[in-house]
Write a protein that binds this ligand. Sequence first.
Ligand SMILES: [Zn+2]
Ligand SMILES: [Zn+2]
Ligand SMILES: [Zn+2]
Length: 423
Amino acid sequence: MTATGGCAHPVHLSGSTTTLDGTTGEILHHYDTRTEPCERLLVRCRNRRATICPACSRLHAGDTFHLVRAGLLGGKNVPATVRQRPRLFVTLTAPSFGPVHRSGEACRPRRDGGTCPHGRSLGCGAVHAPDSPVIGQPLCIDCYDYTGHVLWHAHASKLWDRFVIDVRRRLASSVGLVQSRFADHARLSFARVAEYQKRAAVHVHAVVRLDGPNEADDEPPAWATTELLAGAVRASARRVLVHTPYSAAVGELALRWGAQVDARPLRTNDDGPDDDAVAAYVAKYVTKGASETGAGTDYPLTTWDDIESAPVSEHVRNLMRACWRLGGLPEYEPLRLREWTHTLGYRGHILTKSRAYSTTYAALRAERAHHMGHVDAPDTITERHWRYVGSGHTPGAALIAVGVAEDIAANREIARGQREVPR
Ligand SMILES: [Zn+2]
Ligand SMILES: [Zn+2]
Ligand SMILES: [Zn+2]
């Protein structure tokens, strides 16, 4: 039972693994599910979402923590010298699509009053409690730019790619390099995570690091300073844009990052956010999807009725409706908006990293398997034949699984999930 570590939805596999000696062909080891109870093997579902599988999501958050941390401090085959390199913790936001209610002192005070074309007040003098459901909701749903919001989500990953390219170009030209030769001198590595804000717009947190051009232990050139990197990041975040495909209904929109850009140097000595805290902060977001912040659902929405019955706020439902309507326009077909209605058009991964940033999830899982004694010896051939035969627990086993998950959770120190970056 504990082989699946309290997983809520284990996957059932049937099949066999045979390990042969590479030279003689002798069978060294043979495993077949025919000898197992019910002739199947249960493996983890590996879902990253806390609402779907608490046990697997905790494991995934732990792996993310180690993955992000290794890129900051070294370890897991990443050299410890990465800590001395120019490193930033960057936050990029979505632009405004219309005023929304906010927490803090007074929401949106306006001395001169005034109303929008729909007769709604342009300001809000209330002081909302931090957990008030009104926070993030538009002052006027008829003025709010739902089309812009959804199309921005659909292009957010592309906007990030443009941003990275522009930072490289900017660094190259600031030290007099031909832009195409940047890769011969340095490399930009990053890990980024997407987070839904209260207004249901995605913003991005990223660790950005400047490396030498080749292997992970290759030092960056002398010109590569934290200040130069921070300047390039801020300038690129302000400047890059993506154009939407032309549509007779919408026109062509130029999409940019929001005005709020944060590029915080991660230093080795001073009082900036500590590396562990940054890794924990990023890891916290990978267990959350759109649904945990109320900005979407766990499951894809396949009909208009699904949208109407989704357990979301009217603001989020309007975003879903916009997604569905725009998704019906042929010019937006490549954006697959209907397929991604449940995430409000955002179809990027929650965590994305550049190849050289750090280790991989696969390597971390292999390391864990190694500790548990599953390892392929050198000079052997392993033949695997597996197929999916189902999922879930039998009713009795499901109850035990919940208990196992709670026990494991209680035994594991999860300080990492609960630490915040000082603001
Ligand atoms: Zn699971
Ligand atoms: Zn308000
Ligand atoms: Zn209005």
